[in-house]
Design a protein around this ligand. Structure first.
Ligand code: DX5
Ligand code: ZN
Length: 235
């Protein structure tokens, strides 16, 4: 039993602060108890997506208030020349950029993030295929599969995203790559097990977690459900 637990894949919960109470974000974070792993921070610029959200000052404030937290910054922005240095300086633990933003510069951008000692991620919008980033998967720490159109929380999960997750998991196995697979958009208690069994390691959840009266116990219950499902999957 203990041995089995040891061998079990680590699944990380990354609540998205976009789903938190905008007038009491620290209250929302505290409501998670210790039952989360990363804080997912969605950065939107009104150009790459049709919405605006947090800036680097917010990331800095998070780092100051929660010094030990893992801040998972998801940049849904154009203009990386300006935006990226601001987030590198902001205390983020990982920075994920979209493959669609500046595809010809992606290799350099990922290298810049890693050279700053920060985990580097590549995000794919629903219509973007894995093939488009295959040549740089060897240097990615994280690949984020968007399972909704980026820009807003509370949307419906796009089922075909699971195919992309399976493809990424299989490429990783064949080439012995190290990236984690993260999924973002429309995850809830009804689809999370399928998402984990498809190969996801990091699960972003916004509206589903923060609409709960007791997010901490909801997350704890989900953790148990996932452990059970992984055990069955191994037998
Ligand atoms: C969408 C964001 C997501 C979003 C997830 O552009 O990247 O992180 O907050 O929220 P839910 O879980 O509500 O789909
Ligand atoms: Zn996100």
């Amino acid at each position: 039993m203990e041995r089995q637990e040891e061998l079990m894949r680590e699944i990380l919960f990354a609540p998205s602060l976009l789903g938190a109470d905008p007038l009491n974000i620290s209250g929302s974070i505290d409501s998670l108890g210790n039952n989360f792993d990363w804080l997912h921070l969605d950065i939107m610029d009104g150009h790459f997506v049709r919405n605006l959200s947090f800036g680097p000052a917010f990331s800095q404030a998070l780092r100051k208030k929660y010094p030990d937290s893992f801040i998972d910054a998801h940049l849904m922005t154009n203009n990386l020349e300006t935006v990226l240095p601001l987030f590198i300086e902001s205390g983020a633990s990982s920075i994920t950029v979209h493959a669609e933003t500046e595809p010809h510069l992606l290799h350099a951008v990922i290298s810049t993030i890693r050279n700053a000692g920060i985990k580097a991620g590549i995000a794919l919008c629903p219509p973007t295929s894995v093939r488009q980033i295959e040549s740089i998967l060897d240097i990615a720490d994280l690949v984020l599969v968007m399972s909704v159109t980026p820009g807003f929380g509370g949307q419906k999960f796009i089922e075909s995203s699971l195919e992309k997750v399976r493809e990424l998991a299989s490429i990783r196995e064949v080439h012995k790559y190290n990236y984690k697979i993260e999924i973002d958009g429309g995850i809830n208690e009804n689809n999370i097990v399928r998402v984990v069994l498809a190969g996801c390691d990091v699960i972003v959840m916004g509206s589903a977690v923060f609409r709960e009266v007791n997010p901490a116990s909801w997350l704890a219950d989900l953790r148990v459900k996932i452990k059970e499902a992984l055990k069955v999957d191994r037998t």
